[in-house]
Design a protein around this ligand. Structure first.
Ligand code: DON
Length: 591
């Protein structure tokens, strides 16, 4: 059964909702970026009053303390931000199987100390045997769950190739060293947090359903339920990591691990072959860069829609005095919702893997196009999503994730979002190799107009084809001010990634929050279809919500939370502020 798109946020929020909320005040007269938001007892702005982590020499922000520590140790050993990112990635694959991965893919945005930007697309690809209608029955209807669970749901993994590529081009320390923390954590074990223990317990049944009752993976040896403090040991995964440590790319895409992966696929009716693994390569792409006010945004071009969408959003609302109107005031929220509606409609119409379809990127982010697209905006009432479709671009035919940020002492910065897609991906664990496979195929438009697990709709541009990459919403981003590194940002959250990154950036650039405040700040989300805005408790005041409803907006508070941001800001004196989301176990570590 298809999940509703906001169920992801609910999933994230399984340990409860807002607890402590510090109350702060917006100050309209403070124009300086680094003058912080001030207190106003009438507005509850933040999920919690978690404080940022500060350091001068390096910072790693990720979903798990052990993974951030792995990156930090590499920085302290003389590694650069790319080395630390690689170590963090492999550590996450061990300590955060929910989304950290070997069997998934992702995107990296890198800005080196000289200000040069690079983007690496290590998104999964459809296997060679994939075809457009592979998830439809003979009557042309979607077979429920086939693109989400089990062996057929996986794309060809990209993460290991991505890490090797990134290190070959930008790394400094020897490759073997970067795998050490992950191998240790897998072999000796990692202490489970309450959240992870619960996540594993909740999935016992589905792991058994997909892998068979005899599968030993993610089961507590004595058969009881996992509890906080238990040690999760993953010996097979340690062996796989050792193969990658020794043979780099070949340790995963060839030899024993590749054989194990293909045997697993054959066992369960999957279609990934040795040929697929051999042919998989990540792709360096030209970074998408655009000005927003006095800032330069460096972000990901397709096969993620995130970068184009983020720039469209920022530029739609650029003409409006958001700071003067106030954080999440009625006017501010209204223009943001209307921007989001138009942007997600464009995403559905235009975006797909640029190796297969022509995406009119320059047009979509041009002020001329955006002005035209905004012309039916009416501040007195809601535009109806049913009246909006993807915009017209002349000359063109219509046709559970994790983020980590790293900055080193020299100012090299890395922003990476990576995923298996759903929580624990397809739930398939490669027998003997101990890692989970993705269910990324669901990010394709498996049938035109049918929503995916995030409620996102797609069309021809994102239909399945062999070796094509499925469209993503991942939005790893780096922001510069005056030619200098200002922020490294990103989050998981499926379709809500784009709007969470958008709000976090605006919270700093327009609302003058610190990095941690911007992360702590409550969030809302709209994605064109369904025509509905959801918000975290207190993200929009009762009064603003009432007025928006009167204008025709469907706007609902949800129990769950939005975003799991891991961000870093560079303050004018060079101090790094690591800001990890208070909504989960996310932790920044710096020195
Ligand atoms: O690429 C995408 O947009 C999705 N596969 C991301 C999935 C995600 O963020 C799930 N996690 N929270």
């Amino acid at each position: 059964m298809k999940l509703k798109y906001w169920s992801l946020a609910l999933l994230f929020a399984f340990l409860g909702s807002c607890k402590t909320q510090k109350t702060l005040k917006k100050s309209e007269d403070k124009k300086d970026l680094f003058t912080l938001f001030e207190e106003d007892p009438s507005i509850k702005t933040f999920y919690s009053d978690k404080k940022g982590v500060f350091g001068k020499n390096g910072m790693v922000a990720s979903a798990h303390a052990e993974a951030s520590q792995a990156g930090l140790d590499i920085l302290k050993a003389g590694g650069n931000a790319v080395d630390a990112a690689v170590a963090t990635h492999f550590a996450l694959a061990v300590v955060f199987p929910f989304a950290g991965n070997l069997g998934g893919g992702g995107f990296a945005v890198i800005r080196n100390k000289n200000g040069k930007a690079f983007t690496l697309d290590f998104r999964e690809k459809a296997p060679l045997k994939a075809h457009r209608d592979m998830y439809l029955d003979s009557a042309g209807n979607v077979i429920n769950g086939l693109s989400l669970k089990g062996h057929l749901a996986s794309g060809v993994p990209g993460s290991v190739d991505g890490m090797v590529e990134m290190h070959q081009k930008h790394g400094k320390l020897p490759w073997t060293k970067l795998l050490e923390p992950a191998i240790r954590l897998a072999g000796e074990g990692v202490v489970l947090t309450e959240r992870e223990a619960l996540g594993l317990n909740n999935n016992v049944q589905v792991f058994e359903e997909v892998n068979g009752k005899a599968s030993p993976y993610f089961k507590k040896p004595d058969g009881s339920k996992w509890v906080k403090g238990d040690l999760l040991v993953q010996k097979d995964l340690a062996t796989t990591l050792e193969a990658i440590q020794k043979h780099k790319r070949e340790g995963f895409y060839a030899g024993k691990v590749a054989d194990q992966l293909v045997a697993e696929m054959q066992k369960g009716g999957g279609i990934i072959s040795i040929e697929d693994l051999k042919k998989y390569h990540s792709a360096w792409r030209t970074p998408l860069q655009a000005k927003y006010k006095e800032f330069n945004i460096i972000t990901m071009p397709p096969s993620s829609s995130g970068g184009v969408a983020l720039i469209q959003l920022l530029r739609f609302t650029e003409p409006y005095p958001l700071q003067k109107w106030g954080w999440n005031s009625e006017k501010t929220v209204q223009v943001m919702i209307e921007a989001e509606r138009r942007v997600y409609a464009d995403r559905a119409k235009w975006m797909g893997d640029m190796d297969f379809v022509k995406v009119p990127m320059a047009e979509l982010i041009s002020y001329k196009y955006l002005r035209e697209r905004w012309s039916n905006y009416d501040s007195t009432k809601a535009t109806k999503s049913i009246d909006i479709s993807g915009g017209l671009v002349p000359g063109y035919e219509s046709d559970e994730t994790t983020h980590y940020s790293v900055v080193d002492g020299e100012g090299n910065a890395v922003s990476i979002t990576t995923t298996l897609n759903g929580a624990y991906g397809s739930k398939v664990i490669v027998q003997g190799a101990g890692f989970l496979m993705n269910n990324e195929m669901d990010d394709f438009s498996i049938k035109a107009g049918v929503p995916n697990m995030f409620g996102l709709i797609g069309n021809k541009a994102n239909e399945i084809a062999p070796e094509k990459r499925m469209l993503s919403s991942m939005t790893p981003t780096i922001v510069e001010k005056d030619g200098k590194l200002l922020m490294v940002v990103g989050t998981p959250g499926g379709s809500t990634i784009i709007t969470s990154v958008y709000q976090t950036i605006l919270n700093v650039t327009d609302h003058k929050m610190s990095m941690q405040q911007a992360v702590n700040a409550l969030k809302f989300h709209h994605q064109w279809l369904p025509d509905r805005t959801v918000f975290e408790p207190n993200a929009i005041t009762e009064n603003a919500a009432k007025n928006l409803r009167n204008k025709g907006y469907e706007i609902d508070q949800q129990k769950g939370t939005l975003g799991r941001m891991d961000c870093i800001m560079v303050h004018p004196d060079g101090t790094l502020e690591g800001a990890s989301d208070p909504r989960a176990d996310n932790t920044s570590k710096g020195y």
